[in-house]
Write a protein that binds this ligand. Structure first.
Ligand code: ADP
Length: 261
């Protein structure tokens, strides 16, 4: 009888827990999706005024009749920088909100990634040169990859841009493309190594979280919103791949991406 009563009690308790869980889960889910919609709507709405601000600032800068003091010219240049940064943040927020909602369609095709990598290196070369950083591309294997060209280029841009940002003057950044055989088939490997500031072990997982930046004070001088690696991780996962980091503080970091071919 006792066993029977205990069993009934357990069943009732489990049922109550289930109902409770059900009751709390639904509003929680709803509030997540509301938050997502809010972020998507807000970032979408912010794009137009930002475009207007950017074109207005450009128009002021171009106006020949406008004789500006050197102070005003500096202020205008700062304004343009900030508008540029904010446009980037808003666009990253919109990407993540859309990705969460499953509203981003990937256009996967088979393409040669090497020319894309070369293009990205050319594009980022000036910012590396500014810091006297040597930027290398090593292509061990130029096999075609199957994926979304634009998104995979965005991924490499984020990683190389970060390496340049977090590497002191005179350092080195190496991008390598290779193909690796694994138990589950061929993997396309992209790695980005730098001789930068490195990341402490305790932060190596957190850096992929949204808005997380190691040591806000140190990062304050370096532009960024803490959204880049969250987007990078989403792109890799959307290609069924993996992204890992190995790093030693003060020595440098290597970000390694592997994507099934
Ligand atoms: P952001 O660069 O905009 O701050 P990310 O999401 O791209 O945002 O990166 C998150 C944080 O991870 C950075 O703020 C930085 O602290 C750290 N990080 C990223 N890449 C590197 C790197 N190559 N070397 C050292 N730290 C890095």
């Amino acid at each position: 009888v006792l066993i029977g009563i205990s069993f009934v009690f357990l069943l009732v308790a489990a049922g109550a827990a289930h109902i409770l869980a059900g009751r709390t889960m639904i509003p929680l889910k709803r509030s997540f999706s509301r938050q997502r919609e809010f972020v998507a709507d807000a970032s979408h709405e912010l794009r137009t005024p930002l475009t207007v601000l950017r074109t207005s600032a450009d128009a002021i800068a171009r106006d020949d009749k406008n004789v500006m003091s050197s102070f005003s010219q500096l202020v205008l240049a700062d304004m343009k920088d900030e508008i540029h940064k904010m446009t980037g943040i808003v666009s990253d927020l919109l990407t993540l909100a859309r990705a969460d909602a499953g509203a981003i369609e990937l256009f996967k095709e088979r393409f040669d990634f090497a020319p894309e990598a070369e293009r990205i290196i050319r594009m980022l070369e000036p910012s590396a040169e500014e810091k006297n950083i040597q930027l290398f591309l090593q292509i061990y294997h130029a096999n075609a990859i199957y994926g979304d060209k634009e998104r995979l280029s965005q991924l490499l841009t984020i990683l190389v841009d970060n390496s340049i940002k977090y590497t002191p003057r005179g350092g080195t950044v190496i991008v390598a493309l290779a193909v690796e055989e694994s138990d589950s088939g061929s993997l396309f490997r992209i790695s980005v190594s730098d001789t930068g500031v490195g990341i402490e072990a305790e932060h190596q997982q957190q850096i992929f979280e949204r808005f997380f930046r190691v040591d806000q004070n140190r990062s304050r001088d370096t532009s960024g919103s803490g959204l880049g690696l969250a987007i990078a991780q989403w792109i890799v996962e959307a290609h069924n791949g993996k992204i890992t980091v190995s790093s030693e503080p003060g020595k440098g970091s290597t970000f390694a991406v592997s994507i099934p071919m």
